[in-house]
Design a protein around this ligand. Structure first.
Ligand code: HEC
Ligand SMILES: [Cu+2]
Length: 397
C-alpha cells in the first residue's frame, strides 16, 4: 500500500514537472527563437556560454567519477591506515585558477562589445516608448522632425507596429517607477527609468506578432503590463500609418444626430475625457474640452486598430485556440465586445489597479446603465478601423 502510494506520488510529481516545462515552451514570451539582429547576437552568446558550461560540467563530473574509482578503498587496505595527507599543491592550484580565468576572460571579450553595441543609439526611425503603471504608450514621429508633440504624430498603446527589416530606435521613458522593456524575440531587456532616456534598437527579419512585457516589478498589475510588436511588410506599414491618420480625421467628423454613436459620444464627454484623449476632439486644445490628466490613460483615437487593450491583457478581436483571428461573414474581424464592454463597466475588476492613485481606470458599474454602455460601445467602434495584421503570425507559432 505504502509503495503504491509512493509510486503514485512520484508519477504525479513527474507529470507536474512535465506540465511546468511544457508551460514554459508554449508561453507567449519566447527567448529561444530570435528573429531580429540584436536578439540573434544575444542568442549566440547565450548558446556559446551554455555549451561552455556543459563542457565544464562534463569535465568535472568525469574527473569526480575517475577519482572516486581510482582512489576507492580496496579490500586489501588496512582501514586504520590513512593515505598520505597533502596540504597545498602549487601546480594543481595554479591549473584550477587559470582554466576558469581563461574561460571567463574569453566570455568577457566576446560579450562586452555586444553589450555596448546593443545600447548604441541608432539613426533609423524613432519611436518614443512610455512605460507607466501598467501599460505601454508608443508615439511615432510622423514628420521626422525629432519631437513627438506635433498634432500629426501618432500616439498608440499596447501594439508597437513596425516595418520588417528596418532598424527601429526606441526612446524609452518612464512616467512613474522603474519598468523594463522586453520583447524577447527582437532584443534583450532594457530598463525604463524615470528621469532618464534609454535607447534601444529592435528589428525583425520577418513579419509577425511578437509578444513582450514589463520585466521589472513595478507594482500591483506588473504581470498585466504586456505589449506586442506587430511587424508588417513595408507596404502594410505604410497602410497602417495612413489609416492611423485617417482615423484622426474621422474622429473629428460629426456623428449622426440621435444615433447611438452620438449618445455614446455625449457620455464619453461626461465621464471619460478627464483621462482619455481623442485627437482633435477631446484633447487639451480642442473645443475647450481640457484634458485634466493627459497622458495618464491610453489615447483612444484609433482604439479599434489595436489588437489588444488594457496593457495587452485582453484581445480586441476574437481568436480561435491557435490564435488565428476569427472573421464574420462580411470578412471583418469580430470585436471582443463582451470583454470591452465589461472593461468599461468595471475595469478594476478585470485588471487590478488603484484608480484613486491615478493608476488605472475607474469603476463605472454604479454610474453607467446598460443602455449607456451600449451607446458607449457604439461610439468606441467609430474610433479607428481594423488593425493591419501580418499575413503570418510568426511570433505565435
Ligand atoms: C481616471 C481616469 C480614467 C477615466 C475617467 C476613464 N479611463 Fe479608461 N482607462 C484609464 C486608464 C489608466 C487605462 C489603462 C488601464 C490599463 O491598461 O491598466 C484606461 C483604459 C481604457 C481602455 C482600453 C484602452 C487601451 O488601448 O488599452 C478603454 C477602451 C477605456 N479606458 C475606455 C474608457 C471609457 C469609455 C471611459 C468613460 C466611461 C473611461 N475609459 C474613463 C483611465 C481612465
Ligand atoms: Cu512595469
Amino acid at each position: 500500500m505504502g509503495a503504491r502510494f509512493a509510486r503514485r506520488w512520484r508519477v504525479s510529481a513527474l507529470a507536474g514537472v512535465a506540465l511546468l516545462v511544457a508551460g514554459c515552451a508554449t508561453g507567449q514570451l519566447d527567448a529561444t527563437k530570435p528573429v531580429g539582429e540584436n536578439a540573434r547576437d544575444i542568442d549566440w552568446i547565450m548558446r556559446l556560454s551554455g555549451w561552455m558550461a556543459v563542457g565544464v560540467g562534463i569535465f568535472v563530473a568525469a574527473a569526480v567519477g575517475a577519482i572516486i574509482l581510482k582512489f576507492r578503498a580496496k579490500p586489501t587496505d588496512d582501514p586504520d591506515d590513512l593515505p598520505p595527507q597533502i596540504h597545498g599543491h602549487r601546480k594543481a592550484e595554479i591549473t584550477w585558477t587559470l582554466i576558469p580565468t581563461v574561460l571567463l576572460v574569453f566570455l568577457t571579450v566576446i560579450t562586452l562589445p555586444t553589450v555596448f553595441a546593443l545600447a548604441r543609439e541608432g539613426d533609423g526611425r524613432k519611436i518614443k516608448v512610455e512605460g507607466q503603471q501598467w501599460w505601454w504608450q508608443f508615439t511615432y514621429d510622423v514628420n521626422s522632425n525629432g519631437d513627438f508633440d506635433d498634432a500629426e504624430d501618432i500616439v498608440t498603446a499596447n501594439d508597437l507596429v513596425i516595418p520588417v527589416g528596418e532598424e527601429i530606435n526606441l526612446e524609452l521613458h518612464s512616467n512613474d517607477v522603474i519598468h523594463s522593456f522586453w520583447i524577447p524575440q527582437l532584443n534583450g531587456k532594457r530598463d525604463v527609468v524615470p528621469g532618464r532616456v534609454h535607447h534601444w534598437r529592435i528589428s525583425s527579419t520577418e513579419p509577425g506578432i511578437f509578444y513582450g512585457e514589463c520585466v521589472e516589478f513595478c507594482g500591483l498589475s506588473h504581470a498585466n503590463m504586456q505589449m506586442r510588436a506587430i511587424v508588417l511588410t513595408e507596404a502594410d506599414f505604410e497602410r497602417w500609418l495612413a489609416e492611423q491618420q485617417a482615423g484622426q480625421q474621422r474622429a473629428e467628423e460629426p456623428l449622426e444626430e440621435g444615433s447611438a454613436e452620438a449618445a455614446g459620444a455625449a457620455l464619453f464627454e461626461t465621464h471619460c475625457i478627464s483621462c482619455h484623449v481623442v485627437d482633435g476632439v477631446y484633447d487639451s486644445a480642442a473645443n475647450g474640452k481640457a484634458n485634466l490628466l493627459a497622458g495618464v490613460a491610453p489615447n483612444l483615437t484609433n482604439l479599434m486598430s489595436r489588437t489588444a487593450f488594457a496593457g495587452a491583457l485582453y484581445e480586441t478581436y476574437l481568436q480561435d485556440s491557435d490564435r488565428e483571428y476569427l472573421r464574420g461573414p462580411d470578412g471583418k474581424l469580430i470585436l471582443n465586445l463582451a470583454e470591452l464592454r465589461e472593461w468599461v463597466r468595471n475595469a478594476p475588476e478585470m485588471k487590478p489597479a488603484r484608480a484613486d492613485n491615478q493608476q488605472g481606470m475607474l469603476d463605472f458599474a454604479e454610474v453607467l446603465t446598460d443602455q449607456d454602455l451600449d451607446n458607449l460601445m457604439a461610439y468606441l467602434q467609430t474610433l479607428g478601423s481594423e488593425p493591419v495584421l501580418p499575413a503570418t503570425n510568426a511570433g505565435a507559432r
